[in-house]
Design a protein around this ligand. Structure first.
Ligand code: 1PR
Length: 556
């Protein structure tokens, strides 16, 4: 008998395994139906699609043993899809049946006033104050959610309502964020990605005696009406651009307008890329530092291609594995997510590349150049994807919440009186210092080295259509300048899509974060240089947001 984990092969279960190890627990994976009999406690973590979870359980003969385990009275912890499969069905795949233990359906969020997926940190509210205990939940903490479908809390459905333990509000919708009934506990959020609060929750569940009686919950609760403001927080992301330096070491570097080499003397200022690659630290050390300082998410971008290594030996995979051992907040990995070839000629699809990163501990992959090519192909084909792009294949297999598209736009200046190009509707007229200038935002590939005839807005909209769950919006003009985020660019893209947008490039002060949230409504803001050089600390940014009344996660 012992602790078992059920992995159905979709996404990052490495983080949960690392959390358990970090807490000092040993576990085994369920690999055959018989393993359920040996489990005294079971965790079913899940990301991705409802149907692929059910299909996988069916195909591997694990569905019936799972049902038997659930009715055996032994403790079950379901995470995300591990919560949703307890319901009868999901709007995500109406033809697939869930386990039907909770007589209700999983519905989709509405997009009316908010971005979907619900991606980020939110709070939870206990339903039964004074009747059941909070148990593993802390009402003052934030937990990390990433999902497009949710369980509605409906007190008129008494048989379903008795399972609800906490609710969470996103926009004007209130949904069930944890389930607690008899031996079953399940969270819509990811405890393994919820920093210290998540580790405390896991530790409390793991240390509970297996046979402890859980009282029946009341079925007479009424939901609290939606509050004017939900508990959803703005995310602060620390980004590390990783590459090999001239000595062959893997380092975090940082460019000015994407040029990552030192400009050591006036003469080298004339010639770009003359100095050494800037070395701002080691990726795993910095990742641990930012996570401890309260970063809500981390991003590692591989800006060299490591062409000489086969996929399984990619140096970035080792970085991700090591970072995931100590970092329990979401991790995005970008750079080189595309169809590729090992040095011996073995083809590797973008899906395989992404799969390796998910298994190493990444939660999302970020796609740059390949997204540009895919959107160009889609527009040339009249608006339909070809089904083989990295975005489409990865979103299909792992869910769109796992797919970020990184946009590297550059301003292209035009004369508004003579410009007749197809980006006329997206022209921006400068004001203040930039009065008299007019430009549009042009997409680039290959780290900004090649311009394409596609605007940032077209790219973002195309990416959303092809399966992206989030846009990482850089600005080559602002990168490394410390002048502040490019508010015009961010407003344009934020208005053009319904998925979350991460503002990036140009942060120089904590006030720049307040400005970008207040002026554009983006869900997250990312910075690199100021954090690496410790000019501004993540704590300073959180403090500034708090003082300005912008909801953010407090450091645990
Ligand atoms: O095309 O799928 O292989 O992806 C390549 C990825 O690498 C893209 O996400 C692209 O943005 C990134 N990239 C490529 N070259 C560079 C470079 O710097 N030479 N880095 C590069 C992009 C931009 C941000 C930076 C922010 C914030 N770095 O990641 O962190 O601008 O910086 P700041 O706060 O210091 O202003 P593919």
């Amino acid at each position: 008998m012992g602790l078992y984990l059920l992995d159905y092969g979709a996404g990052n279960v490495r983080s949960l395994a690392n959390s358990l190890t970090n807490l000092g627990y040993h576990f085994k994976w369920i690999s055959s139906p018989d393993d359920f009999k040996k489990a005294s406690k079971l965790i079913f973590p899940g990301v991705g699609a409802f149907q692929s979870a059910i299909d996988h359980l069916n195909a591997s003969g694990l569905l019936e043993p799972l049902k038997e385990y659930l009715s055996s009275g032994r403790p079950y912890l379901g995470i995300c899809i591990g919560l949703q499969i307890l319901f009868e069905s999901s709007a995500e795949n109406p033809s697939s049946k869930g386990l039907g233990i909770i007589p209700s359906a999983i519905e989709s969020f509405n997009h009316d006033s908010k971005s979907v997926p619900h991606m980020g940190w939110n709070s939870v509210e206990l339903l039964d104050i004074g009747q059941t205990t909070a148990e593993y939940i802390e009402e003052h903490s934030h937990y990390y959610f990433v999902h497009s479908y949710r369980a509605t809390y409906d007190p008129s459905n008494l048989l379903a309502a008795k399972w609800a333990h906490t609710t969470t509000q996103y926009g004007n919708e209130v949904f069930v964020s944890t389930i607690r009934h008899r031996n079953i506990f399940a969270t819509q959020f990811h405890p393994e990605k919820s920093g210290d609060a998540g580790l405390r929750l896991l530790s409390a569940w793991l240390s509970k005696p297996v046979h402890e009686e859980v009282p029946e919950t009341s079925i007479s609760r009424l939901p609290r009406p939606p509050k004017p403001i939900d508990g959803f927080t703005k995310r602060i992301i620390a980004c590390m651009d990783v590459r090999t330096n001239d000595q062959g070491d893997l380092v975090v570097t940082k460019g000015d307008q994407y040029d990552v080499r030192e400009k050591s003397s006036p003469s080298t200022l004339q010639t770009k890329s003359a100095g050494a690659v800037r070395n701002l630290g080691k990726p795993v050390t910095l990742a641990a530092r930012y996570s401890a300082a309260g970063a809500d998410e981390l991003c590692l971008l591989n800006i060299t291609s490591f062409r000489h290594s086969p996929l399984h030996d990619q140096p970035m995979l080792a970085v991700v594995r090591a970072a995931a051992e100590t970092v329990f907040v979401p991790l995005t990995i970008g750079g080189g997510i595309k169809d590729t070839q090992d040095p011996d000629g073995t083809p590797r699809s973008a899906l395989e590349v992404a799969g390796e990163y998910f298994r190493a501990g990444a939660d999302k992959v970020s796609i740059g150049s390949e997204a540009v090519y895919a959107v160009e192909r889609m527009l040339a084909a009249g608006g339909c994807g070809d089904g083989i792009s990295a975005m489409e294949t990865i979103a299909y297999a792992y869910g769109r919440q796992a797919v970020v598209v990184s946009i590297d736009p550059r301003r292209t200046f035009v004369d508004p009186d003579t410009y007749e190009g197809r980006h006329k509707g997206e022209l921006v007229r400068g004001s203040g210092d930039e009065a008299g200038k007019t430009w549009w935002y042009q997409s680039t590939v290959s780290g900004g080295r090649e311009l394409r005839d596609l605007s940032a807005v077209e790219l973002a909209q195309g990416a959303e259509k092809l399966g992206a769950g989030e846009i990482l919006l850089n600005s080559i003009d602002r990168d490394g300048t410390g002048l502040g985020f490019d508010i015009d660019l961010i407003r344009l893209v934020r208005k053009a899509v319904r998925i979350p947008v991460v503002a990036s490039s140009g942060a120089g002060t904590a006030a720049h974060f307040v400005e970008v949230f207040e002026k554009t409504g983006v869900e997250a803001a990312l910075a690199a240089g100021i954090f690496h050089r410790e000019e501004v600390k993540i704590e300073d940014v959180k403090e500034a947001l708090k003082n300005a009344g912008v909801n953010s996660r407090s450091v645990n």
